[in-house]
Design a protein around this ligand. Structure first.
Ligand SMILES: C[S@@+](CC[C@H](N)C(=O)[O-])C[C@H]1O[C@@H](n2cnc3c(N)ncnc32)[C@H](O)[C@@H]1O
Length: 227
């Protein structure tokens, strides 16, 4: 088994890592609301690349599940997630492999992690090993080569990420998961929230870039594990 390689925080600037959750919260809410039934009841949930754990906290508060695990290679972020979880039935762990948890889940999620993984086929096999047959993995992805803002974002994110970025297309992702025994479907995130406009933003030079990103470029894949 390959040795686990960890980092302190994903963003080189810990203050920016801390700020990421507030930006992602409306996106996490949309992911949850379009992907799962209202109450997850007896279901178990995995969040791959959980960072400070905000997605699972938000999911539990709106769709209470039985239990969940969040994994990430960023040690300080995982420690922060453990501190913030309160009484929710969530465990956060430093790990890069879902299969290594030795559990099978009813749902898995990831938000903006696929572009940080060099080998999508290996990731698909890893997630498959951690899901029940028929279970869904919902992966949100705006960082891909088919996005109109990717050439700009690739440079900006590379300056802040403490690990390398990869140029995956939506086809690359689809092929990797189909090849690992998943049925693959996709939809636009189609965010239904007012997002703050930052005039002169390096990420969205024009307001229309932001509108296009959140309605068309950013997608939700749903991979269903075949038997
Ligand atoms: C862009 S951040 C997104 C974090 C979180 N999902 C969110 O929505 O705020 C990407 C996260 O993926 C984590 N990550 C990158 N490669 C990973 C790997 N191989 N295994 C687990 N986590 C990984 C990073 O440490 C970072 O926390």
């Amino acid at each position: 088994m390959a040795r686990l390689s960890t980092i302190a925080t994903w963003n080189r600037n810990p203050a920016d890592e801390e700020a990421m959750g507030a930006v992602h919260a409306p996106i996490w809410r949309r992911m949850a609301d379009v992907s799962v039934p209202h109450d997850l009841g007896s279901s178990t949930v995995l969040d791959y690349g959980c960072n400070q754990g905000g997605f699972l906290r938000l999911l539990y508060d709106g769709h209470s599940f039985q239990s969940a695990v969040g994994i990430d290679i960023a040690r300080e972020s995982v420690a922060r997630a453990e501190l913030l979880k309160g009484q929710r039935p969530i465990e956060y762990k430093v790990a890069d492999s879902a299969a290594s948890l030795g559990r099978v889940f009813d749902y898995a999620f990831s938000h903006e992690v696929l572009y940080l993984l060099p080998d999508l086929a290996a990731h698909a096999r890893d997630i498959r090993a951690a899901l029940q047959p028929g279970a869904a993995y919902v992966a949100a992805m705006g960082c891909h080569t088919d996005s109109s803002v990717w050439p700009r974002w690739r440079k900006l994110i590379a300056e802040t990420s403490s690990i390398p970025l990869y140029d995956h297309s939506l086809e690359d992702v689809s092929k990797a998961f189909a090849g690992a025994g998943f049925s693959v479907s996709v939809r636009p995130l189609a965010l239904d929230a007012f997002m703050p406009v930052a005039i002169g933003s390096a990420y969205f030079p024009k307001v229309v870039d932001q509108l296009r990103y959140y309605t068309a470029d950013k997608v939700l894949f749903r991979f269903i594990r075949q038997p």
